[in-house]
Design a protein around this ligand. Structure first.
Ligand code: NG1
Ligand code: ZN
Length: 548
C-alpha cells in the first residue's frame, strides 16, 4: 500500500457501501436517493484529491446537488480546473471506486489509478466544494470531508451556493495571477464581476419592468437576492418567489424550470399578468427559462432554444456592426431543440449549427470548436464560449469608427457577463436582461422570432434501460432490435413529425420526445411511440396513457 493512502481504509470503514446498489457516474455525476450516497461522496473526495495531484495540485471542485430532481435525491460531481465538467476518462474511475465492495479495494483502486496516470503523490491536493439546500446535504458533506481528510487535502468549503458559482470559484482559483484570470474566488467576487458587466451594457438605456423570479425553493433564492443587493440598480428590479429553502418537501415541487418546461405552465406562487416578465431557475440554479402570458391569458414559454437564438442574433449583429469579418458565431443544440428553432438558426439567421449529445459537457466541447459558440439545451441549461482565436481577433481588431469601437466594447462586456465555465441561471438571466434592455424588447417581441412546433417529452419506466443504445446524436436507436423502425413508421404518419427515444443519463427511465405540426398530432405521436417502447422493451408500471 502506498503510504499516501495510509488513512484511507480507516476512514472508508466509516462510510460502507450499501451492498445492493450499483452506482454509475452519469451525465451529471452520481445521482440517486440522497441517503444511499454516503460512501460514494466519501470516495469522490478521495478521487478529487488524486485528480488534483494529477493536475500538479490545481484545484478540483466537488458539488453536492441533484439539481431539478426530487428533494429526497442527491448527487455529486467533480469539476475540472477550468470549471468545466470532469474529463470523461475519469468518469470510469469514479464508477469503479464507487462500486468497490471493501475498504481494501478502495485503496487498491486508488493505487492503480495513481500508477496508471503516473501521479506524483507528493503533490498537495487542493479541492473546493459546496452543496445545495437538500436535507441530505449535511450528511453527505461530512462524508466528503472525511474523504478529503483521509487524503490530507488542502480544502475550501464554499458552503451553500449554486452549482455554477462553485464552477466559477474553481476557475478563479486556478487562473489567479495568470493572463486568463477569471475573477475573485468568492461570492462577492462573483456578484461584482457579473453585476458590473451587466451595468456596463445597460447604463443609459430605458429601465425595464420588474422581473419575477421563481427560485424553485432552492439555493438560487438567497443567491439571486445577494446578486440584486450587489447590483443595487433599478436596471435589476426583481421579485423573487418560491424562496422557501427551509420547509421540507418544497424544493422543485410545482415550481422550478423543469416543472415549467414539462408542464408548459407557470409555477405555483406566480400569477401571470399580461406584460409581466417571469423566469424560473431550477433547484441548483444552472437552468433558466422565461415565460409570459398574452392578453388572452395564453401561456408562452421562452426556453433554452429561444435564449440561444436571442443571444446568437445579438452577438452576430454586434460582430457585423464592429466590422470584424473573421469571427463566426455558431450554435450548438441537442436533439431536444425545437425543430422550428433549428430551422430559424439555419434559414433566417444563417448561422452554423450542430447537434451534440444530451448533457452540457457534449455541447461545451462542440462550442469550443467555434469562434463564438452559443450552446443551450432546450431545458434552459447553457452558456456562450469565446475561443482563444476569437479573443485574439477581438484584441487585435482596430475599429475604424466610434460605432465599431462601441460594438467591440459591448462584445467584451458580453464576454464578461457570461459564465464560460458552465451554464448559469443567474449569469444567463443578466445576459438576457441586458439584451432585452438594449433592444427595448418585451418578452412578446422576443418571442416573435419564430413559433415553436408543439412538442411533448414523456418518460417510460422499463426493466432495463441499458438495452437502449443510440447513434446520430441520440436520435436513432440501434437497440432494442426493430424498435427504431416502429418509431420511424409512427413518425411518418404526421406532418412535421419528429420523434426519438433515448435512455436517460440521470434517471432510471427512457425518454420519448415528439414534435409535430399540431398539438393533437404531437401528443398522438408521443404517446404512440411511448406505448411502443413500453410494449416492446419491457415497460414497467403503468403503460403511458393512450392519447384519445
Ligand atoms: P437525461 O436524464 O440524460 O435526459 C437530463 C436532461 C439533460 C441534462 C441532464 C443533466 C432533458 C431531456 N434531459 O438528462 O438535458 O440537463 O439532465 O441535468 O432535459
Ligand atoms: Zn440544475
Amino acid at each position: 500500500m502506498t503510504s499516501s493512502f495510509a488513512k484511507v481504509a480507516e476512514y472508508s470503514a466509516k462510510h460502507p457501501k450499501p451492498a445492493d446498489i450499483t452506482f454509475a457516474y452519469g451525465t451529471a455525476g452520481f445521482r440517486t436517493i440522497g441517503e444511499t450516497l454516503e460512501s460514494t461522496v466519501f470516495r469522490c473526495g478521495l478521487l478529487a484529491a488524486l485528480r488534483s495531484q494529477s493536475k500538479q495540485g490545481r484545484v478540483i471542485g466537488i458539488m453536492i446537488t441533484a439539481s431539478h430532481n426530487h428533494e429526497r435525491d442527491n448527487g455529486v460531481k467533480l469539476v475540472d480546473p477550468m470549471g468545466e465538467m470532469l474529463q470523461q476518462s475519469w468518469e470510469g474511475y469514479c464508477t469503479e471506486i464507487a462500486n468497490a465492495s471493501t475498504d481494501a479495494q478502495v485503496v487498491e483502486i486508488l493505487s492503480e489509478i495513481a500508477e496508471a496516470e503516473g501521479i506524483d503523490l507528493s503533490v498537495t491536493p487542493k479541492v473546493a466544494y459546496a452543496r445545495d439546500t437538500r436535507p441530505s446535504g449535511p450528511l453527505l458533506l461530512s462524508a466528503l470531508q472525511d474523504g478529503l481528510a483521509a487524503m490530507d487535502v488542502d480544502a475550501t468549503n464554499y458552503g451553500i451556493v449554486t452549482t455554477p458559482q462553485l464552477h466559477f470559484f474553481v476557475r478563479c482559483l486556478n487562473t489567479k495571477g495568470s493572463p486568463a484570470e477569471y475573477g475573485e474566488a468568492n461570492e462577492a467576487g462573483y456578484y461584482r464581476k457579473y453585476g458590473q458587466a451587466f451595468l456596463r451594457l445597460v447604463e443609459g438605456k430605458p429601465l425595464p419592468s420588474t422581473l419575477y423570479i421563481d427560485a424553485a425553493n432552492g439555493v438560487g433564492a438567497p443567491q439571486v437576492r445577494k446578486l440584486a443587493e450587489a447590483i443595487n440598480s433599478p436596471y435589476f428590479s426583481i421579485d423573487v418567489r418560491n424562496t422557501d429553502t427551509e420547509t421540507l418537501g418544497k424544493l422543485n415541487i410545482d415550481c422550478g424550470a423543469d416543472y415549467v418546461k414539462s408542464n408548459q405552465h407557470q409555477p405555483r406562487g406566480i400569477m401571470l399578468t399580461p406584460s409581466g416578465r417571469y423566469c424560473s431557475f431550477d433547484g441548483d440554479a444552472d437552468r433558466i427559462l422565461y415565460y409570459y402570458s398574452d392578453e388572452c391569458g395564453t401561456f408562452h414559454l421562452l426556453d433554452g432554444d429561444k435564449i440561444s437564438t436571442l443571444v446568437a442574433t445579438y452577438l452576430r449583429d454586434l460582430v457585423a456592426t464592429a466590422g470584424i469579418e473573421d469571427l463566426d458565431v455558431g450554435v450548438v443544440q441537442t436533439a431536444y431543440a425545437n425543430g422550428s428553432s433549428t430551422r430559424y438558426i439555419k434559414d433566417t439567421l444563417k448561422l452554423h449549427t450542430v447537434f451534440a449529445m444530451t448533457g452540457v459537457k457534449y455541447l461545451h466541447h462542440e462550442a469550443e470548436k467555434m469562434n463564438i459558440g452559443v450552446y443551450f439545451e432546450a431545458n434552459g441549461h447553457g452558456t456562450v464560449l469565446f475561443n482563444a482565436s476569437a479573443v485574439n481577433t477581438l484584441r487585435e481588431f482596430v475599429p475604424a469608427s466610434p460605432a465599431q469601437a462601441e460594438a467591440v466594447e459591448r462584445l467584451w462586456a458580453l464576454r464578461d457577463l457570461i459564465n464560460e465555465s458552465v451554464g448559469d441561471a443567474m449569469a444567463d438571466m443578466l445576459l438576457v436582461e441586458a439584451i432585452l434592455i438594449c433592444k427595448g424588447w418585451t418578452l412578446a417581441q422576443w418571442d416573435e422570432s419564430y413559433t415553436d412546433l408543439p412538442s411533448r417529452l414523456l418518460k417510460v419506466v422499463v426493466n432495463d434501460r441499458n438495452i437502449f443504445k443510440t447513434t446520430n446524436a441520440e436520435q436513432t436507436l440501434t437497440s432494442p432490435h426493430g424498435l427504431q423502425e416502429v418509431v420511424d413508421e409512427l413518425t411518418a404518419k404526421f406532418p412535421k413529425g419528429r420523434s426519438f427515444v433515448r435512455p436517460s443519463g440521470t434517471e432510471d427511465a427512457v425518454r420519448v420526445y415528439a414534435e409535430a405540426a399540431t398539438r393533437g398530432e404531437c401528443d398522438q405521436l408521443a404517446y404512440s411511440v411511448a406505448g411502443a417502447v413500453f410494449d416492446k422493451a419491457g415497460g414497467r408500471g403503468e403503460r403511458p396513457a393512450e392519447f384519445i
